[in-house]
Design a protein around this ligand. Structure first.
Ligand SMILES: [Zn+2]
Length: 50
């Protein structure tokens, strides 16, 4: 059994928490772990943390 490797992904996901942003330009909401998130819909950098 190799169940040890399976739990690693979950731990990693838990440490890197994505934040939710809302685009000021088109109003789309999305999640990003980047410090400088860019709207996936219109590529605008003008976003607000939700
Ligand atoms: Zn946008």
């Amino acid at each position: 059994m190799c169940s040890g490797a399976g739990g690693f992904d979950v731990e990693l996901n838990d440490r890197v928490k994505s934040k939710k942003y809302k685009c000021r330009n088109c109003g789309a909401t999305f999640e990003s772990v980047s410090k400088r998130p860019v709207c996936p819909t219109c590529q605008s950098e003008s976003v607000d943390l939700v």
